[in-house]
Design a protein around this ligand. Structure first.
Ligand SMILES: [Zn+2]
Length: 119
């Protein structure tokens, strides 16, 4: 079991918003001091926040999580899923409106385009 997996499962099991940037080997999460984006190295668990200059490692986050909630961050994948589910529900309610499925298709193509063309 790699350390990376252990660090990611910390975020998952505690239901903490995070974005895993696999190419950069970093895990983005809401800074426990200022709520901006903090970055953790997925190899060492060392993290720092460029907004407030606080830093730490997985131990400091585990301690924080025992009695505090983490802030939220915008997780594009979650948001995409939520939008597509919303469109599905609307499409079920208005089955005669075929343009809803067209919108869903267009959103998927647009997201794939940006995924392909951004780091
Ligand atoms: Zn911070």
């Amino acid at each position: 079991m790699s350390r990376e997996y252990v660090y990611l499962s910390f975020f998952k099991t505690n239901k903490i918003d995070y974005i895993y940037h696999s190419k950069l080997q970093t895990i983005e999460f809401s800074c426990i001091h200022c709520q901006n984006s903090a970055m953790m190295c997925s190899e060492s668990s060392e993290w720092n926040c460029t907004f407030c200059n606080h830093s730490g490692n997985i131990i400091s986050l585990i301690k924080y999580a025992t009695s505090n909630d983490f802030g939220r961050i915008y997780v594009p994948k979650k948001e995409q899923q939520s939008i597509l589910q919303l469109l599905d529900r609307i499409a079920k309610k208005y089955p005669e409106e075929k343009r809803l499925l067209k919108v869903k298709g267009k959103i998927n193509v647009l997201v794939k385009y940006y995924e392909k063309n951004t780091v």
